[in-house]
Design a protein around this ligand. Structure first.
Ligand code: ATP
Length: 306
């Protein structure tokens, strides 16, 4: 059975809802506070496991109370096996502000993620095999990310990169990836092109997806550009939408879905998440995902040649 290996970070998210984003130097009173598991690695692994894909999460945790919260949350997810790497740094933490209307600002600490040693990461991926998918994001160091992707290639696994966050020059890493998913800002940063042209610029030799927030996403593959509209919903909190998108897309691929179907499932799943507060607490359940993954191809979704 194929598996998805997610190598990335795990954070405790502290989410405050506020009437509007603050100006520099301003103090605002929050309307609410939610503490929940998060981090791109953990988020994407949870969303992926809920598609029914067997998922392995490799992520660093400190030796503290936050680590216990994250380990318990991962243990409660059926289909998700966590391999925690012990870190001397505190467990990573994200401060998230969500304004009315759903716009957000996020600051994450990354000492645990950036302290993950290459040898430890590679050892934790020892059972990665041909047919598996290895999914990485931008929180780990360039060296660990590139070494893991090279291992994925050597083993015959499919390698996937979500370019968030961009903390180092990702352009040189692209050659190691079969699938690249970037949001509009990242896509423009990596390619220098505007968001829609960026998908085609990222695509030669791989599947490239640029997510466009409420406008959905565009996928470029084999010279064909497939735009996918997002369902119209009332967004209350978009934090984690990108992670749901990535986790569901990769999980669906692992379960044998064609990319066209996987991207529609990912778009529908992310639209559910934005209607609810929080990161992991907003993610669609496996019961909500099942009909999205079983969806039949729509007529007229054939895509356009680039
Ligand atoms: P975030 O950092 O907020 O998690 P992101 O910047 O990585 O997100 P986006 O392009 O903003 O990525 O959103 C990812 C996907 O989530 C989009 O491709 C879309 O499918 C869905 N999405 C985001 N915002 C909305 C919205 N307002 N309505 C419907 N779907 C949305």
């Amino acid at each position: 059975m194929s598996r998805v290996f997610v190598l990335g970070n795990a954070t405790l998210d502290c989410i405050q809802t506020i009437p509007r984003l603050p100006a520099p130097g301003e103090t605002l009173l929050a309307d609410s506070l939610l503490r929940c598991p998060g981090g791109k690695g953990l988020n994407q692994a949870v969303a992926c496991a809920r598609t029914g894909a067997a998922t392995v999460l490799v992520a660093p945790l400190g030796r503290d109370a936050d680590a216990a919260v994250l380990a318990a949350a991962a243990a409660a997810e059926p289909g998700l096996a966590a391999r925690w790497m012990e870190s001397a740094a505190p467990t990573d933490y994200s401060a998230i502000w969500v304004a009315a209307g759903g716009e957000n600002m996020i600051v994450s600490s990354a000492a645990a993620a950036r302290g993950l040693a290459e040898a430890d990461a590679i050892a934790a991926l020892d059972d990665l095999r041909a047919g598996d998918i290895l999914l990485l994001q931008g929180n780990l160091t360039r060296e660990v990310t590139m070494a893991a992707a090279r291992l994925g290639r050597e083993r015959g696994a499919r390698t996937a990169l979500n370019t968030a966050p961009i903390a180092w020059d990702m352009a040189e890493a692209l050659a190691l990836f079969d699938i690249v998913i970037a949001n509009a800002v990242e896509a423009a940063q990596v390619t220098g092109a505007d968001a829609r042209s960026a998908a085609a610029a990222l695509a030669p030799g791989r599947i490239a997806i640029v997510t466009l927030g409420r406008d959905g996403a565009v996928m470029a593959r084999d010279g064909v550009l497939t735009p996918v509209a997002a369902p119209r919903v009332k967004a209350v909190d978009t934090a984690g939408a990108g992670d749901v998108f990535v986790g569901v897309f990769v999980g669906a691929l692992c379960r044998g879905a064609a990319p066209d179907r996987a991207i529609r499932a990912a778009t529908a799943a992310a639209a559910i998440a934005v209607t609810r507060p929080g990161t992991v607490p907003s993610f669609p359940s496996s019961i909500e995902l099942a009909p999205l993954l079983a969806e039949q191809p729509k007529a007229g979704d054939a895509g356009q040649r680039t």
